[in-house]
Write a protein that binds this ligand. Structure first.
Ligand code: PLP
Length: 417
């Protein structure tokens, strides 16, 4: 199932870099070694294809292109215009959206532009609270969102870990928000977009779906789409979608002009044409039947990993997953989330800490997008779960676990030669 292959073109670039700037080239090589000798279980990460990397490293990086195709503030945009139109058309077709803006530099920039299109400073917004898995852009006081808007947070049930949908409706009725945001950095289940739409309509709010995490699954038909329900859908083009680091926005044609103006000139300057070209490549890849198989395998792998961790005694939030990510409390194995992450990183198992639905303790967030791109399946997920638990219980010492990890990834290199 592996879709990546040797980085031939990239290696040519690396040769140039090695000759010109060995200090920096060594850093790139060290990171490549790290990625190919450890297990990448960070739920937001993946391995892009060499074709995506080729577009990112192309001369399109040189071009300034403020504005939109056919209406740029710079000369010489006739070729990059074709690239952006292609990216837009592919995104629209892939997600069945009337309008796509592919210029957002990141997921956060996409959310910023969505707010800029629909809201004024001081408006009330209802979103998943940060302690329950909301993103920084969903009202963190350290982020523009928390400073410029009045956020009210809904939560997840402390016992089940599931979104408290009754609370969403109650808070919406009480606070009459201008917008409701649905989306999370750590929610392992599908969201009920139809329910959010119903509540938004009831209180006259816009519905913004921040689908950064599930969007790749949506592309592959392995998760429900927010597009028919939300006024605006924001997403990243990395994560399961396996494109370059970046953002995008989808909406209906009635909001198209407001969204485009919110991206440029309101919140961004020149579009990054090499990234937009790489997004086009990724959308093309995601439209192929192999990507649908990949997306479904990502979910099958996450379910298997969740079941294995539960069998090893860990508490799996919501009892499992519908998606590429799962969150677990390692406390039953006698270790808290932060200590667990440190121990696992030392053993070559790389993942994140996350909030848990109950109490203040930290859990672990794991995702299967990258391992699945490497070609791993359910057998390997069971092995990873067993090894992970052995490390946390102190049954496997760090050096031995690291050797096991190295043996496993040697069989599934991210960029096979
Ligand atoms: C739900 C959600 N929104 C927004 C973002 C922000 O994306 P970026 O890191 O590209 O700014 C993320 C990133 O993980 C996310 O999970």
């Amino acid at each position: 199932m592996s879709v990546t292959h040797a980085l031939a073109a990239d290696d040519r670039g690396l040769d140039v870099l090695l000759r010109q700037d060995p200090e920096l080239a060594e850093i790139l090589l060290a990171e490549r070694r790290r990625q190919s000798t450890t297990l990448q279980l960070i739920a937001a990460e993946n391995f892009t294809s060499p074709a995506v990397l080729a577009a990112l490293g192309s001369p399109l990086a040189n071009k300034y292109a403020e504005g939109y195709p056919g209406a740029r503030h710079h000369g010489g945009c006739e070729i990059v215009d074709v690239a952006e139109r292609l990216a837009v058309e592919r995104a629209r077709a892939l997600f069945g959206a009337e309008h796509a803006n592919v210029q957002s530099h990141s997921g956060s920039s996409a959310v910023l532009a969505a707010y800029a299109a629909l809201l004024w400073p001081g408006d009330t917004v209802l979103a998943l609270g940060l302690p329950h898995g909301g993103h920084l852009t969903h009202g963190s006081p350290a982020n523009f969102s928390g400073r410029w808007f009045h956020f009210v947070g809904y939560g997840v049930d402390a016992e089940t870990g599931l979104v408290d949908y009754d609370q969403v409706r109650t808070l919406a009725r009480t606070h009459r928000p201008k917008a409701i945001v649905c989306g999370s950095i750590a929610y392992p289940r599908h969201l009920d977009y139809a329910y959010f739409r119903e509540v938004a309509d009831e209180v006259g709010a816009y519905l913004i779906a921040d689908a950064a995490h599930p969007m790749g699954l949506v592309a592959g038909g392995a998760a429900p789409s927010p597009v028919p329900y939300a006024d605006i859908v924001c997403a990243t083009t990395h994560k399961v979608l396996r494109g370059p680091r970046g953002g995008m926005i989808l909406c209906g044609s009635e909001l198209a002009e407001r969204v485009d103006r919110a991206v440029f000139p309101f919140t961004q300057g020149g579009a990054q044409m090499h990234t937009i070209a790489a997004k086009a490549v990724a959308f093309g890849e995601a439209a192929a039947p192999a990507f649908s198989a990949y997306a479904h395998q990502v979910v099958a792998n996450a379910r298997t990993l969740a079941a294995q961790l539960a069998a090893e005694g860990m508490a799996v939030t919501t009892g499992g997953t519908d998606t590429h990510l799962l969150t677990v409390d390692p406390a039953p194995l006698g270790v808290d989330g932060r200590t667990a992450r440190g121990r696992l990183t030392a053993a070559g198992i790389v993942l994140d800490c996350c909030a848990l639905p109950h109490g203040d303790s930290r859990g672990l967030r794991l995702g299967t997008a990258a391992l699945t791109t490497q070609g791993m399946g359910e057998r390997e997920m069971r092995a990873v779960g067993t090894l992970l638990a052995a490390v946390l219980r102190g049954e496997a010492d760090t050096a031995a676990a690291r050797a096991d990890v190295r043996d496993l990834v040697r069989e599934f290199p991210p960029y096979p030669g």
